[in-house]
Design a protein around this ligand. Structure first.
Ligand SMILES: [Zn+2]
Ligand SMILES: [Zn+2]
Length: 295
């Protein structure tokens, strides 16, 4: 992380030479779909993008097909709830679903907008599942760069002051060695040039797995599960005041967790606005998914 400034100090030409050399040393194999990557990892070949001095081009890490498959236009999703947006509202990136447009049946989320990269299926599903299993932070770095590539415009338009990850359940943390929301958040913060406040939210109680898809059950499941850390002078509570926060999670299903945290950030932290950045929008029925358009 601390090497990013070092990266920027190198001349572009010198960097390009190193990047080309890198591509020769590590023949192109996609981090999402190519099994050769598994062999490279098991033989000890590690490509640490996040902590490396030289920034490897995304095209050398992910194949064109996966790159294309990992992203749909931002206007595909309702900006308020992440459901499939109505075609007629899809100008710019401010598309709305029929619920949010007619304000009937719309869920009143505490966050201001949600920006999924894709539906939870295909390449994006594979990416999210791999992130949950891997012990190498490189994949999170790649995921963040894929996300940034397709959501750059809406992220910049939101003008975040800082990036905050959704904390993992400690049981899940124990089982995994990599915390994907944390790595995603810090990589996204680097892309945006804003700080990552990783320890802002903590879980105060373990929540049972979200087994139901019912919104009310999911909301009750996470009610009071989080707290803001610190609260001392210049601690998280002070620095949150009036800020615009990008809240990062790997997947978004009902929005109950993001909603709970956004409410906490606003009510207790005095945060001005919350945008949820997520790789995958899950929990949408097949019929609704088919309304996807534009890629
Ligand atoms: Zn691929
Ligand atoms: Zn909506």
């Amino acid at each position: 992380m601390g090497t990013e400034t070092e990266t920027n100090e190198r001349s572009p030409a010198f960097r390009r030479v190193v990047e080309t050399a890198f591509e020769l040393v590590y023949p192109r194999s996609c981090w999402i779909c190519d099994e050769r990557i598994v062999r490279a990892e098991s033989s000890g070949g590690r490509v640490v993008v996040g902590a490396s001095v030289f920034r490897v081009p995304l095209s050398a890490l992910v194949c064109d097909e996966c790159r294309r498959a990992a992203s749909v236009p931002a206007r595909t999703f309702c900006r308020r709830c992440g459901r499939v947006a109505l075609r007629e509202t899809a100008r710019g990136d401010d598309a709305l679903c029929r619920f949010c447009l007619r304000k009937t049946g719309a869920l009143k989320f505490a966050f201001d907008e949600v920006r999924p990269m894709h539906f939870y299926r295909g390449t994006t599903r594979a990416l999210v599942l791999q992130l949950k299993r891997t012990t190498d932070p490189t994949l999170a770095e790649i995921a963040a760069r894929l996300y940034f590539e397709s959501r750059r415009r809406v992220l910049k338009a939101f003008r975040p002051d800082a990036v905050v990850p959704v904390p993992m359940n400690w049981r899940r943390r124990f089982l995994r060695s990599v915390n994907s929301p944390d790595f995603l958040a810090s990589a996204l913060a680097r892309e945006l040039g804003v700080p990552c406040w990783a320890k802002t939210i903590r879980r105060v109680r373990a929540t049972p797995p979200q087994s139901s898809v019912d919104w009310a059950a999911r909301r009750d499941n996470v009610a009071g599960a989080f707290a803001l850390s610190g609260g001392k002078k210049d601690g998280p509570l002070e620095r949150l005041k009036g800020k615009r926060i990008l809240l990062v999670d790997d997947a978004f299903t009902s929005g109950a967790t993001a909603n709970e945290i956004a409410a906490l950030l606003k009510e207790s932290g005095g945060v001005e606005a919350v945008c949820v950045a997520t790789l995958a929008r899950a929990g949408l029925g097949k019929g609704r998914r088919l309304q996807c358009f534009g890629g």
